[in-house]
Design a protein around this ligand. Structure first.
Ligand code: CP
Length: 308
């Protein structure tokens, strides 16, 4: 079995079979990660460059760890300490790196479509590690693995995505993936943070009421307010947002069932999630991070094998 695609640019381009293959392979790598020796030789002789033009904690560390566990040679690039600050273009930067014989590029960029641009211009396999407000495919995959692990399946699962849907690449990748795999999705947040035609375009339910949404769902994936991506005032204050859409212990305890709480991180504690929710036994936030390594190992392994 191999992937139908040379790159991982987004979930939108993936077939259902590709998603299943990545999740199954990640489950196998999770077993490898439980062993005393966590390293396998699968990517020996493969050189991967991690190109991060935007800040990251989880994704960057997770990709680096995944590459090391697969025995790849890795090179790390941070835009702020590179010649990009002297005006070098994205294509020149990447071509210079590629002339040093790089096989795969993991890229995060603030511009939507930057990895697609690279994929059209260079021969290496490209993995999108988050592009602007477009997609964050490995986050969508690790979220799916976490839901499957916790609830048994994606098919028929009711998943709410709550918060700043408008500026969230995580929301977009989650929606594409969950809909392809047969889950039901509701997006919930203030009207100004939900794209107007999202229901028709992506086949999701829309709700502006947090309590109703929590009563409906099995899983709540809660998003951060992305102030750095908003160029106008879309809600009155963080305090007011938190009063209407923040999830606290009292609210969870008043539901008639126990739902699963997820968050891609970084969390704004006290805004979208209170600490006694984020750190509770209902929360699988740290399991999501743990699953990130196995999912990224799976993506690297499957793309490297396909491109050999
Ligand atoms: N979830 C996520 O993408 O986190 P980072 O920005 O820290 O990588």
């Amino acid at each position: 079995m191999s992937l139908s695609t040379k790159h991982l640019l987004g979930i939108r381009d993936l077939k259902k079979e590709d998603i299943s293959l990545i999740l199954q392979t990640a489950e196998q790598f999770k077993e490898v990660l439980q062993r005393p020796v966590k390293k396998v030789p699968s990517l020996r002789d493969i050189v991967v460059v991690n190109l991060f033009f935007e800040n990251s904690t989880r994704t960057r560390i997770s990709f680096e760890l995944a590459e090391k566990r697969l025995s790849a040679d890795t090179v790390n690039f941070t835009a702020s300490s590179s010649s990009v600050s002297k005006g070098e273009t994205l294509l020149d930067t990447v071509n210079n790196i590629l002339s040093m014989k790089v096989d795969m590029v993991v890229m995060r960029h603030s511009a939507s479509g930057a990895p697609h641009f690279l994929a059209n211009h260079i021969p290496a396999a490209i993995i999108n590690a988050g592009d602007g407000i477009n997609e964050h495919p490995t986050q969508g995959l690790l979220d799916a693995l976490s839901i499957k692990e916790k609830t048994g399946s994606l098919e028929g699962r009711k998943v709410a995505i709550i918060g700043d849907i408008m500026h969230s690449r995580v929301a977009q990748s989650n929606i594409y993936l969950l809909k392809k795999m047969g889950a039901e999705v509701t997006v919930c947040g203030p009207p100004t943070l939900i794209p107007k035609y999202i229901s028709q375009a992506l086949g999701v339910n829309v709700s502006y009421h947090l309590r109703e949404t929590l009563e409906w769902c099995d899983v709540a994936n809660v998003l951060r307010i992305q102030l750095e991506r908003q160029n106008q005032v879309l809600f009155s204050s963080l305090r007011e947002y938190s009063l209407a859409y923040g999830i606290n212990r009292q609210m969870l305890d008043s539901l008639h069932k126990e739902i699963v709480i997820m968050h891609p991180g970084p969390i704004n504690r006290g805004v979208e999630l209170d600490s006694d929710v984020a750190d509770s036994k209902q929360s699988i936030i740290l399991q999501q991070v743990e699953n990130g390594v196995a999912v990224r190992m799976a993506v690297l392994y499957l793309l490297a094998n396909r491109n050999n």
